[in-house]
Design a protein around this ligand. Structure first.
Ligand code: ZN
Length: 233
């Protein structure tokens, strides 16, 4: 047992990682794809299929012609999760009612496509977002509790692929951002977007690295422990 000089948040994380995580949990990675589906989702599903890896898709409301990718992902055993319909911060975070209205639109659509209701969600911008303060001060403090009351489970991330930062990163940058952050001492929740070509192009290498280094890729289920960030609004 390592000596921990004082109980900072960081050292508490370390204690948790030493005592609370079972051996098998230490090598799990969740690949999550936000803001899709898109036409890139098709190739991403091909890669996941070929590598026999299950992932999680936090979908939003796109044109109906893309619904087939939600259906295909579901049929191939991936988790379809909810990210809100519009992803428009001014609408989503206008009020608590507005948030749930927006969430319900995508929830209904997913239920129509897959036949199954999803209660697995991710807040646009994550639960730690501060942009919502612009529209509704304190709303994240309310929503993060209220979604649990309504039977949802929400998942932030602890690894960002950096594919939403803007610019045009190379697939190698996306790959490096992910694999350099993978750790056997935590549950790895990886944020990616299936609307970015460089993410699609990095995916196979990320999976290969994970497999070569003893990681197991899993999809989020209702039994998956919630990975949550600190609420800032
Ligand atoms: Zn998003």
């Amino acid at each position: 047992v390592q000596y921990i000089p004082n109980f900072t948040e960081q050292s508490l994380d370390n204690i948790n990682s030493i005592y609370n995580l079972s051996e098998d949990k230490q090598k799990i990675a969740y690949l999550t794809f936000d803001d899709g589906p898109s036409h890139l989702t098709s190739t991403i599903l091909d890669i996941l299929d070929k590598e026999n890896v299950k992932a999680t898709f936090f979908v939003i409301h796109h044109s109906k012609s893309l619904n087939k990718y939600i259906k295909r992902a579901y049929d191939e055993g991936h988790t379809i999760a909810l990210h809100t319909a519009t992803h428009n911060y001014g609408i989503v975070y206008a009020s608590v009612d507005s948030y749930f209205n927006d969430l319900n639109i995508i929830s209904e659509r997913v239920k129509r496509i897959t036949g199954e209701e999803s209660k697995i969600i991710r807040f646009p911008g994550g639960s730690s977002n501060t942009i919502s303060r612009r529209y509704s001060p304190g709303i994240m403090s309310v929503l993060t509790k209220e979604v649990l009351n309504r039977g949802y489970r929400y998942y932030d991330w602890n690894i960002s692929s950096g594919d939403a930062a803007g610019g045009s990163p190379s697939p190698e940058q996306i790959y490096n951002n992910v694999v350099n952050s993978l750790s056997k001492n935590k549950v790895n929740m990886v944020l990616m977007h299936d609307i970015k070509p460089y993410t699609r192009d990095a995916l196979r290498s990320i999976i290969r690295y994970g497999k070569d280094n003893g990681y197991t890729f899993e999809k989020i289920t209702m039994e998956t422990e919630m990975i949550t960030q600190r609420v800032n609004n």
